[in-house]
Design a protein around this ligand. Structure first.
Ligand code: ZN
Length: 311
């Protein structure tokens, strides 16, 4: 099953999917965490964000998009009330998450049982729901983590281990933002040490460095590969990367998306063009470049349905 803000759906109903987008990243952590821990929302802001986001999502629906995975973790301001209203209004499924929900320096104060406590909370987010809105228990569809750059930090190691515990217990996949290919080797070692299921682990932003050797190595372990920052106007280099990945026989491990912050992007450009460009421009570009319809459909329909499925 796929867990959306309007309840669970069959994986066969997921349809063409953007596997990693943000409607609005919230930099005010205090405000974000009040939504997560106390379920306190700012109704006025929801209203104005709703008005701005509906046209984009409706346009995406017209272009055949049926599901959007909203990748903002609790600390990034995931707003369930807004997400649910948007999904009801546009009929696009929206998949929320749990995961990064605490300032990482808290680990320095409470290193003991940090991992167990985090895992416990994420399991309870799944079992009890992140929130209950108009009678709908909203469960997270995955666990979102963001690893810092450089050598993998102690707190990030603990967060990954917590995610593995929670994933084993609930079936939620782990969606992990890793910007540097070099770090992937440490993560693989860690996952092996914990006997983790690689088919539940996504390397988000594998396209940042476009390091084909590391991508092939990660996929050979069973890890999912996020080619998820496909931005308007940068298609040429993505096509090259995708062709190389597909020729390496790892098409079945790919997840695609744009990773836009929709509100920020609309503020920057003054229109919705880039936010809808994956379906409006990129897919036609791929077809023009010789990709066949079945390959594209396997990647944007079958793959997310496989990765996000919670049995
Ligand atoms: Zn993102």
């Amino acid at each position: 099953m796929i867990y959306t803000v309007c309840g669970k759906i069959n994986k066969s109903d997921m349809g063409p999917t953007l596997s990693h987008e943000h409607f609005k990243w919230e930099s005010n952590e205090e405000f974000s965490l009040r939504m997560y821990f106390e379920r306190k929302y700012n109704e006025q802001e929801i209203e104005s964000d709703f008005e701005r986001l509906v046209p984009v999502i409706k346009e995406l629906y017209k272009l055949s998009c049926r599901t959007i995975v909203e990748a903002s973790p609790p600390i990034g301001g995931q707003n369930l009330k807004l997400l649910k209203r948007l999904s009801e209004e546009t009929k696009v499924n929206i998949v929320p998450c749990t995961g990064w929900n605490v300032n990482k320096s808290v680990y320095k104060l409470f290193p003991n049982k940090f991992r167990e406590q985090l895992a416990k909370r994420w399991v309870s987010d799944f079992n009890e729901g992140l929130d209950v809105l108009e009678g709908t228990i909203i469960r997270p569809g995955y666990i979102k983590l963001l690893l810092d750059r450089g050598k993998i930090s102690e707190v990030d190691i603990e967060m990954i281990k917590a995610a593995i515990i929670a994933s084993k217990e609930t079936g939620m996949p782990i969606h992990c933002h890793i910007l540097e290919a070099e770090m992937v080797y440490s993560v693989i070692e860690l996952l092996e040490g914990e006997n983790a299921d690689f088919s539940k682990f996504l390397w988000a932003h594998a396209d940042k460095e476009k390091d084909l050797e590391t991508i092939k190595y990660a996929a050979s372990k069973g890890m999912w590969i996020g080619i998820d920052t496909i931005h308007y106007g940068e298609y040429k280099e993505y096509i090259e990367l995708l062709k190389n990945i597909i020729n390496s026989g790892i098409k079945d491990k790919l997840l695609l998306s744009q990773d836009y912050d929709f509100i920020e992007e609309m503020d920057r450009t003054g229109n919705i063009k880039s936010c809808i460009s994956f379906f409006d421009e990129f897919i036609p570009y791929c077809l023009n470049e010789g990709f066949d319809v079945k390959t594209i459909s396997d990647i944007i329909v079958s793959n997310p349905a496989e990765y996000y499925n919670i049995p």
